[in-house]
Design a protein around this ligand. Structure first.
Ligand SMILES: Cc1cc2nc3c(=O)[nH]c(=O)nc-3n(C[C@H](O)[C@H](O)[C@H](O)COP(=O)(O)OP(=O)(O)OC[C@H]3O[C@@H](n4cnc5c(N)ncnc54)[C@H](O)[C@@H]3O)c2cc1C
Length: 411
């Protein structure tokens, strides 16, 4: 009987690969082909310096301004507001100073081991070329803007993550396309990027199959119960899959599945957008972020990708691609030569928990069910580490980190 992983995004595929590599028989189930969810169009960044909880004071300080600005980086669709209240109350609870310290530590533990796990995965699979050598530049118009990001830098100091503060000229030596209106930058040399996040999922899924893993296309709609666990899954078309164990890694949709098991997870979707620019008219080696303008630009295999933004509007509402266009306008302020020609636009559902920390856990209710979800803005970053840790949990090995902060029943 196979171990069944539900969700072939970067998270589920990394778990399925690692379980299969360690000798389990694994079926990876997705209603689509691998990599079509949030993992398709993310900003490709291995963002090891971005583990801070979203509920930190620096974010609260900017929130009123952001929410009042229709072009701001955070937008809540008014019709969705009532549904958001329970999640928002938990977000509020995650802002207590003592809680923030705990959450930072839980994120830093994961980010601290990202390259150990990612390098191992890329080496085993022959995919090392997908990882860039260059880091990310964080931009600041002036000293005042830089000071507003101080808590971020202080947190990195506390956990020993590397960065280098640069003046405007040194920054432009690294990226000549940047405007002269930016006085300061911080280089995060370890925030490297993946050439094409979608192709990474596809390649990993192929390696998984080459090891004997099977991919099943179908939507999971129900579970069959046996003993104190789950004995099988039902697909929408009536097919049935027997399961020795089940790992639910369906991204922002995982809460629908956990609800069927009467194990609620307070999962929301932070919808994000990108514009892929195939003919940008400039070239870049580093990715850039501009915290005050809340966008990111990443050089990818298919041109420059401009993205970011958080839109709270649930899983069903149609995309509002004006949000993607706002980001391009902002990026053009940083990169005056940037042309928006030959573009495509995309929206994806980040699986977001109110305390920012992912769930990587055995079910508290069903013996053979496991969860890997809620990776928020860092699903690509955390994927290899999640694969490693979840395989330990499923196979009964001792994980190399304390897994308590990532438990599903912590809320
Ligand atoms: C604009 C944007 C930029 C981002 N930038 C970055 C970044 O630079 N770095 C980073 O680390 N992260 C980034 N992220 C976050 C990252 O993309 C996500 O955290 C990650 O992709 C989540 O992966 P996942 O496998 O959990 O979910 P997904 O990729 O969404 O995969 C879930 C899968 O589950 C399947 N599924 C759902 N329900 C069912 C069901 N009932 N039956 C069968 N299959 C089902 C779906 O079809 C889907 O394929 C970004 C996200 C966005 C939106």
């Amino acid at each position: 009987m196979p171990c069944v992983v539900v969700g072939a995004g970067i998270v589920g595929t990394a778990i399925a690969y690692e379980l299969q590599r360690r000798g389990e028989t694994v079926s990876l189930v997705d209603r689509n082909a691998p990599g079509i969810g949030a993992s398709y169009g993310n900003m490709a960044s291995i963002a090891v310096t971005e583990f801070m909880p979203a509920s930190r004071p620096g974010v609260w300080a900017q929130m009123p301004k952001w929410l009042l600005d229709p072009e701001g980086p955070v937008r809540v669709r008014p019709a969705y507001l009532p549904k958001l209240v329970p999640w928002f109350l938990r977000f509020l609870a995650a802002s207590r100073p003592s809680k923030l310290r705990e959450l930072e530590a839980a994120g830093a533990v994961l980010c601290g081991r990202v390259y150990e796990d990612l390098d191992a995965l890329l080496k085993q699979t022959g995919l090392k070329d997908m990882l860039s050598a260059e880091g990310c530049l964080s931009l600041y118009t002036d000293e005042a803007e830089f000071r507003k990001d101080r808590d971020h830098i202080e947190t990195l100091d506390r956990f020993g993550f590397r960065y280098e503060v640069l003046g405007g000229n040194a920054m432009r030596d690294l990226e000549p396309a940047l405007t002269t209106n930016i006085a300061k930058a911080v280089l995060f040399p370890d925030n490297r990027s993946i050439a094409d996040p979608y192709k990474l999922v596809v390649a990993l899924a192929e390696r998984f199959q080459a090891l004997g893993g099977s991919i099943v296309q179908g939507e999971v709609t129900a579970f069959e119960h046996g003993g104190e666990g789950v004995s099988g899954l039902r697909l929408q078309d009536g097919r049935r899959i027997e399961a020795k164990c089940v790992v639910l890694a369906a991204g922002a949709f995982t809460a629908r599945l956990s609800a069927l098991l009467k194990e609620p997870i307070p999962l929301e979707t932070e919808r994000g957008y990108h514009t892929q620019i195939m003919a940008p008219g400039i070239s870049m080696r580093h990715s850039i972020i501009w915290p005050a303008r809340a966008f990111m630009v990443t050089p990818t295999a298919g041109g420059l990708r401009v993205g970011g933004t958080v839109e709270m509007a649930g899983l069903k509402a149609a995309p509002d691609f004006r949000r993607a266009r706002i980001l391009v306008k902002r990026a053009q302020e940083a990169l005056p030569g940037l042309k928006a020609e030959q573009t495509s636009e995309w929206m994806g559902h980040r699986p977001a928990l109110p305390d920012t920390i992912p769930v990587m856990s055995r079910s508290a209710k069903r013996r053979n069910v496991f969860y890997a979800t809620g990776h928020g803005h860092l699903g690509l970053t955390y994927a290899a580490t999640t694969g490693r840790l979840m395989a330990d949990l499923v196979m009964g090995a001792a994980p190399p980190v304390d897994m308590k902060p990532y438990r599903v029943d912590r809320f």
